[in-house]
Design a protein around this ligand. Structure first.
Ligand code: ADP
Length: 322
């Protein structure tokens, strides 16, 4: 059986370890394995990538993806391009396409299955916004990068009695913002899922300032607002602090994958092996309640992962509510 692997969409730290685990697991179990460069685009342009047991050595500690990735809107928008991709896979005698990517890549894979291509999707996204899995590849490393950056910003914020508005990634999901806010002791968040009561936040910040607390941190998910917009909003509310902004940007996507992302990569590779050995195709391989879980692609595409209210509340309170 011949398996082709692509990494697609936004890159995330952990893709390289996953390529390494998956390639070796497949080869050891008698599968033929190959890659295409640059996601769906690389299939369309037939940019093959030779994957061997040996040439995936050293990937565990590498950020990024050796296969490369791309955004390829033609694939999404033009049925003829998808048909072309299907034909290339057929000509190259690929039995199963393994897509490592985020929500868009998942949708692309689902479209291919409707043309008869067998696909397995492995969720890789720093945003943790994919239905069918508790964790997505890269989120642990991204959070660790954000935590490190916010800790450092807090040091300088304290020296100058400043409030910092820090913008993190997350177009549709506030997962990174909320998790980072809890991990760094931020005073508030702005996320796509809920409205922030700006007057209430401003009152709290003002009180902190008057109590002599030397810094205040607000985390903003880029999908809700820009750090600049939130800063303007708070400046108009007279919170006392001098306000500064910081946009963390693409550092959140890079870096050496942390232990948890490597472990997740390993588990996703083993989940793929399980799916193949059971001849379970057209599924998303994820982790649910600490176990490998398969979700049909159609279900994964049609459902939206929700951010736990408990997590959101935890930014503001230690209360336990059953
Ligand atoms: P991610 O996988 O990180 O969410 P994108 O949203 O850019 O990244 O998607 C990656 C690629 O998947 C796109 O360039 C496009 O080729 C394909 N894709 C994205 N959205 C869809 C969709 N709704 N239907 C089909 N293909 C899609």
């Amino acid at each position: 059986m011949k398996i082709a692997i692509i990494t697609s969409g936004g890159d995330s730290p952990g893709m390289n370890p996953l390529i390494r685990y998956l390639t070796r697991a497949l080869i050891e179990n008698g599968y033929e394995v190959m890659g295409y460069r640059s996601g769906y685009k690389g299939i369309a342009y037939r940019e093959k990538y030779h994957l061997t047991y040996d040439n995936v050595a050293g990937l565990l500690k590498m950020g990024g993806t050796i296969l490369g990735t791309s955004r390829f809107p033609e694939f999404k928008d033009n049925p003829a391009v998808r048909e072309h991709v299907k034909n290339i896979l057929r000509e190259d005698k690929v039995d199963v396409l393994v897509v490592i990517g985020g929500d868009g890549s998942l949708r692309g894979a689902y479209d291919l299955t409707r043309l008869g291509v067998k696909c397995i999707v492995l969720p890789a996204s720093i945003d943790n916004d994919i239905y069918g899995t508790d964790e997505t590849l890269g989120m642990h490393t991204a959070l660790s990068t954000i935590q490190d950056a916010v800790d450092k910003i807090k040091d300088t914020a304290s020296s100058h009695d400043r409030a910092f508005i820090i913008e993190v990634m997350g177009h549709r999901s506030g997962f990174l913002a909320v998790s980072a806010a809890i991990a760094t002791g931020a005073e508030g968040v702005f996320i796509p899922e809920v409205e922030t009561d700006v007057d209430e936040l401003a009152t709290r910040l003002r009180k902190r300032y008057e109590e002599g607390r030397r810094n205040s941190i607000i985390i903003v998910a880029e999908g809700k607002a820009s750090a600049r917009e939130v800063a303007e909003l708070l400046k108009s509310k007279n919170i006392g602090y001098d306000i500064r902004i910081s946009v963390l940007g693409h550092i959140q996507r890079g870096g050496i994958p942390v232990f948890h992302d490597r472990l997740l990569a390993f588990r996703l590779a083993m989940g793929t092996l399980k799916a193949l050995s059971q001849k379970t195709f057209n599924v998303l391989v994820g982790i649910k309640k600490d176990d490998i879980a398969f979700t049909p692609l159609e279900k994964a595409v049609k459902n939206k992962k929700t951010l736990s209210q408990f997590l959101i509340n935890s930014v503001y309170t230690f209360k336990w509510e059953d």
